[in-house]
Design a binder for this molecule. Structure first.
Ligand code: IPE
Ligand code: IPE
Ligand code: MG
Length: 265
């Protein structure tokens, strides 16, 4: 009697797994993207719809990041890339930028232990030198602390732009050509891929998800997404949780990727 009672209460005390079983089933069948990239959009409109300030929207969005990072890790996704702040987002009001950077620092502080425990390696992609020094210090600490993580790469795109990346990669390669280290004829797709900020990632994105109803890339992974599947959801980022990501993964599993070839029968 006592045993039954204590077992039942222990089970009740455990929070239910928010990840839908269908997502685990896709993982079991090997139908998940190796690299999932997400354009986290709609925090501001979500906040407005709830009568809150934009900064409340970003705070709610950070909760989504926590949940979906856990989900991706549990499912065994190799790389999760999140578009957190674009090069063009520097044109926003200083107070909003400050709020976003504060949230980033808080996120890194709170999540560092969990990232380490879960064997997650954090990387930052973008024009990182443009971030204020205290943010860079916190970021570098998190990157160094998680450097040996092998369970999943969490790539945060910060001050990122796909065109800006192509410009910096082109300059890097041009300098090597000018220095006589590289023949112009040796510049191929692999050389360009390696020179990009994403050059250390193991594979390009298989699935790019954008939330909040906008159907554009907004300068995200322009080169890398050449053959990514695109998934657009009308749901704003703060409401895009485990069930919504599961829907995106199911849709991805039903796509037929041909890479320019012909469909397999
Ligand atoms: C995404 O939400 C977060 C960032 C781009 C930093 P937005 O702030 O773009 O929200 P909307 O698109 O204005 O609703
Ligand atoms: C894209 O969202 C950038 C990030 C999600 C970080 P934006 O809200 O900046 O994109 P636009 O302005 O609607 O194209
Ligand atoms: Mg937006």
């Amino acid at each position: 009697m006592f045993m039954t009672h204590s077992t039942a209460s222990a089970a009740e005390a455990l929070p239910a797994d928010p990840i839908p079983p269908a997502a685990y089933e896709l993982a079991r069948q090997g139908l998940l993207p190796r690299h999932l990239a997400m354009i986290m959009d709609g925090n501001g409109r979500w906040a407005q719809a709830h009568g809150l300030s934009r900064s409340h929207g970003h705070r709610a969005g950070a909760e989504t990041v926590r949940g979906l990072t856990r989900m991706a890790r549990k499912l065994g996704i190799e790389v999760l890339t999140l578009y957190a702040f674009s090069e063009q987002n520097w044109s926003r009001p200083a107070s909003e930028i400050q709020g976003l950077l504060t949230l980033l620092v808080e996120f890194l502080g709170h999540e560092l232990d969990e990232m380490r425990k879960n064997d997650i390696r954090l990387v930052a992609l973008g024009n990182i030198a443009r971030l204020p020094l205290p943010v860079r210090i916190t970021l570098q600490h998190a990157i160094d602390t998680t450097a040996r993580g092998r369970g999943m790469i969490l790539a945060l795109c910060l001050s990122y732009g796909g065109r800006e990346d192509l410009v910096q990669a082109t300059r890097t390669l041009a300098k090597r050509v000018a220095a006589g280290e590289l023949a112009a004829s040796a510049i191929d797709e692999a050389a360009i891929s390696r020179a990009l900020w994403t050059g250390s990632l193991p594979c390009p994105p298989d699935l790019v998800v954008r939330t909040s109803g906008e159907q554009r890339l907004s300068n995200f992974l322009l080169w890398e997404s050449a053959y990514a599947e695109l998934y657009f959801s009308p749901v704003a980022w703060p409401d895009f949780n485990e069930p919504q990501l599961c829907d995106a993964l199911v849709a991805f599993s039903q796509r037929q990727r041909r890479f320019g070839g012909v469909a397999a029968l």
